[in-house]
Design a protein around this ligand. Structure first.
Ligand code: ADP
Ligand code: MG
Length: 227
C-alpha cells in the first residue's frame, strides 16, 4: 500500500474577483520510504499542496490518505494527535523556541504528546545531526545550518512515517544544504520514512526518487527518476 495517497485535491482561496485556484484536482501517490522532490515556479501551489498533505489546511475538495487513513474524515482532536505522531514538518524558517536548548527543542514534540523521549534515539540523532557538543546551547548561539539541523531533529524525533519539508535549505549555504539533504536521505533510508520536499534546486531534485512538478495549480507526477 502507498504511504501517501492524494486524490483529486483542489484548493480555492477567496471569492469573486479575488478567487485563486491554488490547486486543481491533484492526484498522485507515494510508496513508503520514497524521497519525493516537488518543483515549480513561485506561486504555482507547492506550499498549498504540502499544507493539504500535512492537514495544516483543508482542501476545497478531494481526499488525502496517509497510511490508509482518510485524514480529513478524522475529528479535529484525533487529527492533531495523528499529525503529531505521523508527520514531521520542516520549514524554511526554523521556528525554534528561543528559550529552550537544542536538546529541549528536539524533544519538544514528544513532551507535547505526554511521552518520554527514547534516550538512545535522541543520542543517535544528536550524533547524526552533529549537535552533540551543542545540546545545551540556545538557538541564538547557533549558526543557521545548525539551527536547521535542530529543526530536522525535532521533525525526526517521533520517527514519523511522513516528513514534509518546505524549502528546508532555502536559508542555507551550499555546504549546509548538501549536509541537510544527505541527513534527510539517511533518515529515510534508515527508518523507511517517506519524504516530500519542496525545492528550488534542480540539483537536489535530480537526486530524489520521484519528482512532482506543480504548474499553475496542476500537479504532474514525473514518475520515478531511477530504478
Ligand atoms: N491563504 C491564502 N489566501 C489567498 N491566496 C493564497 C493563500 N495562500 C496561497 N495563496 C495563493 O495560492 C497560490 C499558490 O500559493 P503557494 O502554494 O504558496 O505557492 P508556492 O509555494 O508554489 O510559491 C498563489 O497564487 C498564492 O497567492
Ligand atoms: Mg511556497
Amino acid at each position: 500500500m502507498d504511504l501517501l495517497e492524494v486524490k483529486n485535491i483542489s484548493k480555492t482561496y477567496g471569492t469573486g474577483e479575488a478567487t485563486v485556484h491554488a490547486l486543481k484536482d491533484a492526484t498522485f501517490s507515494v510508496p513508503k520510504g520514497e524521497f519525493v522532490a516537488v518543483v515549480g515556479e513561485s506561486g504555482s501551489g507547492k506550499s498549498t499542496l504540502l499544507n493539504m498533505i500535512g492537514a495544516l489546511d483543508t482542501p476545497t475538495s478531494g481526499k488525502v490518505f496517509i497510511d490508509g487513513k482518510d485524514i480529513f474524515s478524522m475529528k479535529e482532536r484525533n487529527l492533531t494527535v495523528f499529525r503529531r505522531r505521523n508527520i514531521g514538518f520542516i520549514f524554511q524558517s526554523f521556528n525554534l523556541i528561543p528559550e529552550l536548548t537544542v536538546e529541549q527543542n528536539i524533544i519538544f514534540p514528544v513532551l507535547l504528546d505526554y511521552q518520554k523521549p527514547n534516550k538512545k534515539y535522541l543520542e543517535e540523532l544528536l550524533t547524526v545531526l552533529g549537535l552533540k557538543e551543542r545540546r545545551r546551547h540556545l538557538p541564538s548561539q547557533l549558526s543557521g545550518g545548525q539551527q536547521q539541523r535542530v529543526a530536522i531533529g525535532r521533525a525526526l524525533i517521533t520517527r514519523p512515517a511522513l516528513i514534509l519539508a518546505d524549502e528546508p535549505t532555502g536559508n542555507l549555504d551550499t555546504q549546509n544544504t548538501s549536509e541537510v539533504i544527505a541527513l534527510l536521505k539517511e533518515a529515510s533510508r534508515l527508518y523507511e520514512q517517506t519524504i516530500v520536499m519542496i525545492t528550488h534546486s534542480q540539483s537536489i531534485a535530480q537526486t530524489a526518487d520521484r519528482i512532482l512538478r506543480v504548474s499553475d495549480g496542476v500537479v504532474t507526477d514525473l514518475g520515478r527518476c531511477k530504478e
